[in-house]
Design a protein around this ligand. Structure first.
Ligand code: URA
Ligand code: SF4
Length: 282
């Protein structure tokens, strides 16, 4: 039997018992809010505690956006941030990367020494997925397993990401491309520094220009800061729409955070619904 996606998500994310008990108390109506494949998302008649919004994207006229919106549902504000352009430390490098095709990108990151992360990596991890994917999921940087295997999100956080994707009706390798903000593993899984993020940004920018995704989901603070330009906490960053290189961006916590803080996985549910609804309205 096909479960509606929302229930599917709750089960995938091991949130079902929590929601079921809330539902029994009448606190949270569980409704089908995400579309079956090929159908448009429905907004529940009774709004759940989580705010589900029809997100307007800033393309098109305000009137067109308003007509897509459901009555009484306030859209989140859209913020346009322009992150600092990559430092012109080496203009020749930037110009070269901006021209690379996929083969060229792969070779270039494999031999890149533009930041100190090159020193301890086993291999650079470019990304995985469909190169014409409408969805781009942006993580932080490879961990030990990713460094070993050469693919993003193959460790425990990746398993949770796969569950989040599956529950949203998406699948790694199909309509999703998964990429990291830095392509080489920060030693000991420390956060990449601002300089490292900046040094690696031309690769991310080229990937985005080649893929032309319709929507970016930024996973965690490092990714969200890079594509929103905002230094705020994740709590402040999520629930809003941003644009990066003219592409709408939704930010959510990193899957590793959800592993550490399971009840907050419900926030991932809200954020993915905002992403779904934004995508459906494009
Ligand atoms: N965390 C990330 O941000 N990326 C990975 O590829 C793995 C874990
Ligand atoms: Fe180059 Fe990026 Fe790896 Fe740094 S993290 S060495 S910039 S590929």
């Amino acid at each position: 039997m096909n479960l509606p996606y929302d229930e599917n998500y709750l089960r995938e994310m091991e949130l079902w018992p929590f929601f079921e008990s809330q539902q029994r108390r009448g606190d949270v109506p569980i409704v089908s809010v995400l579309a079956e494949p090929g159908k448009r998302a429905q907004t529940p008649a009774t709004a759940p505690r989580t705010h589900v919004v029809e997100a307007p994207y800033q393309q098109g006229t305000p009137a067109a956006a308003a007509s897509r919106r459901e009555p009484g549902v306030r859209p989140p504000p859209t913020q346009v941030h322009t992150p600092p352009a990559s430092m012109p430390a080496d203009p020749a490098r930037l110009a070269r990367i901006a021209q690379l095709d996929w083969e060229g990108l792969k070779a270039d990151v494999a031999s890149c020494t533009a930041c100190v992360l090159c020193k301890q990596r086993k291999q650079a991890v470019l990304g995985v997925g469909a190169i014409d994917a409408p969805w781009l999921f942006l993580g932080e940087g490879p961990g030990a397993e990713e460094d070993e295997v050469g693919e993003p999100f193959v460790g425990p956080a990746g398993k949770l990401l796969d569950a989040m994707l599956a529950a949203t009706g998406l699948q790694r390798g199909r309509e999703v491309y998964i990429v990291n903000t830095v392509k080489c593993r920060p030693p000991g899984n420390r956060n990449p520094s601002a300089e490292e993020v900046e040094a690696c940004a031309p690769y991310l920018e080229r990937q985005i220009d080649l893929i032309k995704p319709k929507l970016i989901v930024a996973l965690g603070k490092i990714a969200a800061t890079r594509v929103t330009g905002a230094e705020s906490s994740m709590a402040a960053l999520r629930g809003q729409l941003y644009t990066y290189r003219s592409i709408p961006v939704v930010a959510t916590y990193h899957p590793a955070y959800y592993l550490r803080t399971p009840p907050d996985k419900v926030k991932g549910w809200e954020d993915l619904m905002l992403a779904r609804k934004t995508m459906a309205g494009l």
